[in-house]
Write a protein that binds this ligand. Structure first.
Ligand code: TRP
Length: 336
């Protein structure tokens, strides 16, 4: 982070909810990109542990405590650098739920009920109030830091748009205060699909629930291989460019991204063959991708003091920014 040249470095903020298992899709679409672009931006990355409680039956307390440390260690193992990025836990910065409450009070329920993620999740079980107000907390997560960009997957676009609406409503009611953030949605590698079901995006929660769905970043090599070799393809005898089913397309995309090849190079390599060689190549590349991450992860997990220090320093840096914004908000609404 550089205070010296703020204008040269737009601020970014993003987070991942502390539920499910981080997988290779998260690495390709989010973590590796965040890590690679750390010098282009002033970075805030956090773990949304308060959001993990919105479906409480999914997160026993001991699981949550452990899981949060696992995710921070994976952030670090994937290359996020605490000297260049502020890394923190949402629950350690109390300004988040405080601002979320203020946003709850100025957000029409109808805006929240419109969210497709809420509609999907509330179908499964009787929804908690927290599941409904989830995006107002997300708006607080974002707006406290006044970022220019919010790098997210396409599935979070609607939540970022709601954050913009909430910021606009606050600015309108109480006078301009919030920067209106923009979602930063990358085209390349944004969508890795489930290996057992290429019709749906690879998912953290299914990675936890279903064997064969995802390549989890902490899967042992034989599990990675088994998952790739079992990936859904189709019954065509050979790979043909004019006849790529979604499962084969997904394997090709994984091959291209992990090997740095173009589509043409990949087709040159695999066209005319059965799917075995493509799967073997993807399995090798996936193992080579997760192995160094796992080795760094194991080192980090062996040093609890280091992890505690990263989290304490991250919370302090984040709170300095968040508390400043919250104080201004409280003055505007008459709470300070
Ligand atoms: N909702 C995001 C997810 O499902 C996590 C999240 C919470 C987030 N607050 C955020 C992402 C703020 C970006 C910015 O993973």
């Amino acid at each position: 982070m550089s205070d010296a040249v703020p204008a040269a470095r737009p601020r970014v903020l993003s987070g991942i909810a502390a539920t499910g298992k981080l997988h290779i899709g998260n690495y390709i679409g989010a973590l590796s990109v965040w890590a690679k672009e750390q010098d282009r931006y002033e970075n805030f990355f956090f773990i949304a542990d308060l959001h993990a409680l919105t479906i409480p039956e999914n997160v026993p307390p001991d699981y949550l405590r452990e899981h949060v440390r696992e995710i921070v260690a994976l952030y670090l193992a994937c290359g996020l650098d605490p000297d260049r990025s502020v890394l923190f836990l949402q629950s350690r910065v109390p300004a988040h739920p405080t601002l979320a409450w203020i946003f709850d009070c100025l957000t029409p329920v109808s805006w929240l009920e419109r969210m497709t993620q809420y509609k999907a999740k509330s179908e499964q079980a009787s929804p908690s109030a927290g599941l409904l107000t989830y995006p107002a907390l997300q708006a607080a997560d974002i707006l406290l830091y006044q970022p220019k960009y919010v790098p997210v997957g396409d599935d979070q676009r609607q939540h970022v748009e709601l954050s913009r609406d909430i910021a606009g409503r606050f600015n309108h009611l109480y006078g301009d205060l919030f920067v209106i953030p923009e979602p930063l949605i990358r085209q390349s590698g944004a969508r890795i699909m489930g290996l057992d079901d290429p019709a749906i995006k690879m998912s953290k929660s299914l990675a936890e629930k279903r064997d064969g769905h995802a390549i989890a970043l902490l899967d042992p090599p034989d599990t990675v291989r088994r998952t790739v070799m079992r990936a859904v393809t189709d019954s065509n005898p050979a790979l043909r460019r004019d006849n790529l089913s979604p499962g084969v397309e997904n394997l090709l995309v994984l091959y291209e991204i992990l090997s740095g090849s173009t589509r043409e190079q990949a087709l040159h390599q695999f066209e005319g063959n059965g799917y075995g060689p493509l799967k073997t190549a993807v399995a090798d590349l996936a193992v080579d991708t997760v192995a160094p991450i796992q080795s760094r992860y194991n080192d980090i997990r062996a040093d609890d003091t280091y992890l505690d220090k990263v989290l304490a320093e991250g919370a302090e840096k984040a709170a300095a920014v968040a508390d400043h914004t919250l104080h201004r908000v409280m003055q505007r609404v008459g709470l300070a």
